[in-house]
Every structure is written in C-alpha cells, then in structure tokens.
Design a protein around this ligand. Sequence first.
Ligand SMILES: NC(=O)c1ccc[n+]([C@@H]2O[C@H](COP(=O)([O-])OP(=O)(O)OC[C@H]3O[C@@H](n4cnc5c(N)ncnc54)[C@H](OP(=O)(O)O)[C@@H]3O)[C@@H](O)[C@H]2O)c1
Length: 309
Amino acid sequence: MRVLVTGVTGFVGGHLVPSLLWADHDVSVLVRDREAYDEPEGLSVFEGNLLEPGSFDEALGGAEAAYYLVHSMRAGPDYAERDRRAATNFVAAADDAGVERVLYLGGLGEERDRLSEHLQSRREVEHILADADFALTSLRAAIIVGDGSASFEMVRQLAVRLPVMVTPQWVDTPCQPIAIDDVVTYLVEVLDVPELAGRTVEIGGPAVMSYKEVMARTAEIVTGRRPVIVPVPVLTPKLSAYWVTLVTDVPRSVAHPLILGLKNAVVVQDDSIRQYLPIELTPFETAVRRAVGDGAATPEPKSIAAGER
Ligand SMILES: NC(=O)c1ccc[n+]([C@@H]2O[C@H](COP(=O)([O-])OP(=O)(O)OC[C@H]3O[C@@H](n4cnc5c(N)ncnc54)[C@H](OP(=O)(O)O)[C@@H]3O)[C@@H](O)[C@H]2O)c1
C-alpha cells in the first residue's frame, strides 16, 4: 500500500518507518527539514510544514493511507493552537488528495475526568481528524516505553538520579505503559484490518501499575536498587513540574505538560482491538531493558525471562 508517514523525525514515527518498509509498503515521509533527517533507504522524502498550507500537498499525492504522528509541544506553550491548525490543514489537504485512511496515535484518558491541557489537546486533534472524508483509526496509548520517548526518558532520569523522592500524589495514579515495539506492531497491522477504519481503539501493555511502580521498577533495572518514594499531599503537580526540570534534561516545554497530565488515569477501558489483533504484548521489564540497552545494571532474571513471553 502507498502510505505517507508524518512525524518521522520524532520518537514513534522514527520507529515505525523501518517496520512499514519491512512489511513491503510503498513509504513516503513528510519532514520539515530534509537535511536534518537521516533517511533510511527505500522511501520517498517530501519537505513541508503542516502549519503552512500548500507546502505538503505533493507528499499526499497518490497516498492511500497516512499516519498522523505529529505534535508540537517542543516548540513551546502555544502547542494546542499549533496542533489544532496543523490537524485542520492536514484534513483539508488529505481530503483534497483523496487519502482513504488515516491512523492517529493519541493519548488515553477519560474526557469526563477533566483531562490535562496536553491530553485535551491530543483529544482535540483526534476530533478534528475524525471530522474528515477519510476514515480515521485513532489509537490511544499511555506512556510508551522506548528509546527516545520523552515521557519514558523523564521517568527513567528521575528514577535513576534520585534514590529518595518526595513526590506529589500523582505517583499513585494508575497507568498502562506499552512497549514501542507493540505500538509499532499495532500501527502496522491496523492498516490490514478494514473493520478498524473509522474507529477509536485503546492500546496498552500487559500490566496496569502506578507511576510509583513504573519508577521503582525502572530504577531497579537500571541501577539495581529500588528508590524510596514518599508521596506527600502538599506538593502540587505544578511545583513538581519545576522540580522535574531541575533533575532531568527533558526540555521544560515537554516536561511541564506531561507532568500536569499525570493526574489523569491512563488505563485501557475497551480492549476490543484485541479481537482483531491479539498480539503478544511485551512485559514491562523487557520493554525497559530494550529502551535502556546496555544501561541495564541488573541481569534479566532467568525465571522471568523464561516465563514472560
Ligand atoms: N511518546 C509517548 O510516550 C506517547 C504516548 C502516547 C501517545 N503518543 C502520541 O504519539 C504521537 C507522536 O509522539 P512522539 O512522542 O513520537 O512525538 P515527538 O517525538 O515529539 O515527534 C513529533 C513529530 O512531529 C513533527 N512535527 C511537529 N510540528 C510539525 C509540523 N508543523 N509539520 C510537520 N511535522 C511536525 C516533529 O518534526 P520536527 O523534527 O520537524 O520538529 C516530530 O517529527 C503523538 O500524537 C503523541 O501524542 C506518544
């Protein structure tokens, strides 16, 4: 199939492209700066910017399907407005080009729970993309564990750098981390499931855990010790966002919206995607080991390694 991938210089798009090529799709990518993109062999590269209508029409020409993996948090506080414009421009151009299917990866979380600004903006993009002639499949995920994921990098650096953490109550919020390999598998396979065109699906890893558990287990794998985590009611998410930017090198423009989103439970409520794609999910420990590569301090326990897959 002829597919266009946006956001390929980012975390998810960068991991997706090799798998699409491997699955024998005819892949085109849209980048804002061709010079800065280390392009794999076997694809067509188009330069354009979703905020500039007309600059990316050529990239959509002839595409049967497109992946929308763009967000602009890195560019600073007005990200919601930029993301709204980018999605609106994309819908107009994709409909003009006759694209039949679009796949979008957004965030989990219940709208009735008052989503954070970041999660709300991701949901707004989903609604904009859904209001188009093409059939949208929206996949919603929580924190993705993988090399280059800003949210996982934040967790990893906190867990590794702080043996003792005084944290706000958000550490008890439940989440369902998923390995980047599993996200990529879903994104590739969904293309071959026509029943999922026009639907929203939720994806998650094999275990629901609190952010506290996510940090403790990550620290254990990377450093060999579990940190002491003490939640206190007086530490607001806003204060903790400042504290996170002091401890980690995740840019403030990204860390702040992500931290403010940690108050929202991000757990799969509807796993109907598994009727169509019952893929084998990667255990959290394996996902972390793959993400940190040689950075893992503790060897994988034999009993877990044998039984986990
Ligand atoms: N990472 C996670 O843990 C996670 C979890 C759940 C859902 N998701 C979702 O997955 C999707 C991708 O996230 P990510 O983590 O891969 O993001 P990312 O690493 O920040 O990548 C964002 C991409 O968007 C591109 N972009 C931004 N503005 C653009 C514009 N105006 N025109 C064209 N391209 C533009 C960037 O290109 P430049 O290089 O030119 O800036 C970059 O390639 C998002 O919808 C996100 O909500 C991610």
